[in-house]
Design a protein around this ligand. Structure first.
Ligand code: ADP
Length: 223
């Protein structure tokens, strides 16, 4: 793990130490951007590590509440449709809801559900260089299925299971410049298992990926 922490830290220290020597305003701004980007990466990593240690200490709690699922999907769309990856690469980004707005009340851990959905949609944004990203949910017999489809770089067949392992980034050449830690999916899979769910992927290298998150009978409807 020390390597994962040292890399962004070295980025911050390295660029901060040459900041005063910048030859132009343009170069100065480049260094500042590099510091911010490494800082964001380090912050993500620290958050993930804190969550992991809570899971390991057995103190991570699931807190259920009643809320409107369509509000959550809207929040995710509004947050990630302005994501730098989506905007700069001109990716078609869309979503559909599986329930009508006036009948979409669900009962589960909203914060964790949102974290899980954001991780998977955000990955689609990170690992897609052109084309489209679509997310949607369906509900059948009390089971919620949330799907994210992208036309991104895809994942080799033999690596599709191991991306759910800790620090598994598949390969550095794939993740370089994409703010990867290899921890997100491992943590979200643990949350999902605690909440009575699971996550699967179908993917084709160079064509795209489809992630499906399932919530089984723990997803109770109260209306
Ligand atoms: P991170 O993205 O921070 O490395 P994750 O645990 O979220 O960590 O993902 C693990 C690995 O799975 C990534 O490094 C990437 O190689 C692969 N991956 C995840 N989502 C996708 C996707 N939509 N398309 C292609 N590869 C993906």
């Amino acid at each position: 793990m020390s390597h994962e922490i040292r890399t962004p830290m070295n980025g911050i220290m390295g660029f901060a130490s040459i900041l005063r020597e910048a030859d132009s305003e343009e170069e100065f701004n480049e260094f500042v951007d590099a510091i911010i980007s490494s800082g964001e990466h380090l912050l993500n990593l620290i958050n993930d590590i804190i969550d992991l240690s809570k899971i390991e200490a057995g103190i991570l709690q699931i807190e259920k509440s009643k809320f409107e699922l369509n509000r959550l999907t809207k929040e995710i769309y509004e947050m990630l449709s302005v994501d730098a990856n989506v905007v700069s690469k001109n990716i078609k980004f869309s979503y559909t809801d599986g329930l009508p707005d006036d009948d979409c009340m669900v009962y589960t851990d909203r914060m964790r559900l949102k974290q899980i959905m954001i991780n998977v949609v955000n990955n689609a944004c990170k690992y897609t260089d052109q084309g489209s990203i679509l997310f949607f949910y369906t509900i059948k017999n009390g089971t919620l299925e949330f799907t994210v489809k992208d036309t991104g770089i895809g994942i080799r067949d033999d690596l599709q299971e191991s991306i759910f392992d800790r620090f598994m980034q598949v390969s550095v050449s794939r993740t370089e410049g994409r703010n990867s830690t290899g921890l997100g999916l491992a943590i979200k899979k643990t949350y999902l298992n605690m909440m009575g769910g699971n996550i699967h992927v179908k993917s084709k290298l160079g064509v795209g990926s489809e992630f499906t998150i399932e919530f089984l009978d723990h997803f109770n409807f109260e209306n």
